[in-house]
Unconditional design. Structure first.
Length: 131
């Protein structure tokens, strides 16, 4: 646990770019979801109780980081398609501003984006919207 690994399955090159099917294995945040959600809900409730702003994602990310013990997490494999574009020298690069590459970001962070969406949905269901 604790290491990022990848295995390229297939690749295809097109005129404007390329697609690479890859399996990415990373420490899974899913297994610590209950601890993370509990820490976030506790923080949100405390902020509301004292009439303070909940804060944005940056503040919540810090709380989440404190709740996760990365070295003890089991691994999970994510099958993703990575979309590449050539740079000005013809070398391939990943455009992380392209929303099609969001699953790649989710995979290399061990499901962080999935976890953030679950936390946001849970907070919304309790009437505590997160900015």
């Amino acid at each position: 646990a604790g290491q990022l690994q990848y295995n390229i399955q297939t690749s295809s090159v097109y005129q404007e770019g390329a697609e690479v099917q890859v399996d990415i294995t990373a420490p899974s945040l899913e297994s610590s979801m209950n601890d993370v959600i509990a820490a976030v809900v506790k923080h949100v409730a405390k902020q509301k109780l004292f009439g303070r702003e909940i804060g944005g994602m940056e503040e919540l990310m810090e709380i989440m980081a404190q709740a996760v013990k990365i070295d003890s997490l089991p691994s999970k494999t994510f099958a993703v398609t990575v979309y590449l574009v050539p740079d000005e020298n013809g070398a391939w690069k990943v455009d992380m501003n392209d929303s099609e590459n969001l699953p790649l970001l989710n995979a290399v962070t061990g499901g962080l984006i999935d976890l953030l969406e679950q936390i946001r949905d849970k907070a919304d269901s309790y009437g505590f919207p997160i900015a």
